[in-house]
Design a protein around this ligand. Structure first.
Ligand SMILES: NC(=O)c1ccc[n+]([C@@H]2O[C@H](COP(=O)([O-])OP(=O)(O)OC[C@H]3O[C@@H](n4cnc5c(N)ncnc54)[C@H](OP(=O)(O)O)[C@@H]3O)[C@@H](O)[C@H]2O)c1
Length: 322
């Protein structure tokens, strides 16, 4: 089994694995076995979200691994995310409690605000996970829920020892700069889309300089968005790109390993998702070698400013990243 490498989070000093397992698009039917298997294969970080619609099953997989003695609770780093419809200060705790109950855990290691987008509340009994639209409507509706109130509720989860660390996802520098003016607890992590087509080098450098760790999602670029992208964004699949292939061949690695290694060499954590055993194992096995200067220069040349997880692409008329 591959040894893990960790980064140390601010405030708690908790060790967060540099490679974790992503739960988006793992079907609820498979999630318990997939997560158990990922832990058995050596993963020590599980990245979930209410929005992925599989938290009950993900929790079963984690608990099965604990009950069977594969890991103790403190050896597994559980991440989940607050959905947009529960930002309101009167709603956040109820939504978190449901997630914790679904997961079957006493605490999570990291709780992230999934998007800086407060949407009108949707009752858990009406639709869960709620998604972007109001039930039976095809439009998004916002709610007047300021981020400082939402963050205050996140901090209360830490005070109550229900979330060891808190952080944000899909936030830009402007919003983090503002958050840092009122946060009593600084975010531990920023999770963003990051791959050679969207390198975000200035964001990464500035956020890291603030003592906030970065986790990259969608390290394989377009691989997960083939069925979602509606505004015609196309690019050669990164996993088959000739430059990535050339580097992989040179080091006798897979293209997936090159893409993951590229992030972890910048101390950026990765959370690849796979339901294929060979890929589950190879995605974790990225620590015994390095990319050289020439490889890094070639990968730098692939920057396209190409973002795949953009609400604007989903016909929401929400240019979140502009
Ligand atoms: N915060 C956010 O807003 C946000 C947004 C998106 C994702 N995320 C998180 O990030 C995680 C990963 O991102 P992602 O789901 O977009 O996708 P990803 O991990 O970049 O790509 C997953 C896709 O690549 C395939 N794959 C995995 N390893 C491979 C390899 N070594 N070679 C070739 N193909 C490979 C998978 O298929 P197989 O299963 O068949 O291997 C799947 O189709 C998510 O699961 C989620 O936890 C967070």
């Amino acid at each position: 089994m591959t040894a893990q490498t960790y980064v140390t989070l601010n405030r708690t000093g908790d060790k967060m694995p540099l490679v974790g397992f992503g739960c988006w698009k793992v079907s609820p039917n498979d999630a318990e076995d997939t997560i158990y298997n990922a832990i058995q294969s050596g993963y020590r970080l599980i990245d979930g979200a209410a929005d992925y619609g599989n938290e009950v099953e993900v929790g079963r997989g984690i608990n099965k691994a604990i009950n069977k003695g594969l890991v103790t609770r403190d050896q597994i780093f559980v991440v989940t995310k607050l959905w947009n419809t529960y930002h309101n200060k009167d709603r956040l705790r109820g939504a978190f409690d449901k997630q914790l109950k679904d997961l079957g855990l006493d605490y999570v290691d990291l709780y992230l605000i999934h998007f800086p987008v407060p949407l009108k509340h949707v009752d858990i009994n009406q639709a869960y996970p709620a998604g972007w639209y109001q039930p039976n409507k095809e439009e998004i509706e916002f709610e007047a829920s300021p981020m400082h109130e939402c963050w205050g509720e996140m901090e209360k989860l830490v005070d109550a020892k229900l979330a060891r660390n808190i952080g944000v996802s899909n936030f830009n520098v402007q919003l983090i700069l503002d958050l840092l003016t009122y946060a009593k607890i600084k975010p531990a992590v920023l999770q963003v889309e990051l791959h050679p087509y969207l390198q975000q080098s200035r964001l990464v450098a500035w956020v890291q300089s603030q003592g906030i760790h970065i986790t990259a999602y969608s390290s394989f670029g377009p691989a997960s968005f083939v069925d979602l992208t509606t505004d015609g964004k196309t690019a050669a699949p990164l996993l088959e790109h000739p430059i990535i292939r050339e580097i992989a061949t040179k080091h006798n690695k897979t293209t997936g390993q090159v893409l993951l290694r590229w992030s972890t060499e910048r101390n950026v954590a990765v959370i690849p998702k796979s339901t294929n055993q060979e890929r589950i194992e190879s995605n974790l096995d990225i620590f015994s070698w390095s990319l050289d200067k020439e490889d890094l220069e070639k990968i730098a040349s692939l920057e396209k400013g190409l973002r795949f997880n953009d609400p604007y692409s989903y016909n929401f008329n929400l240019p979140l990243f502009n």
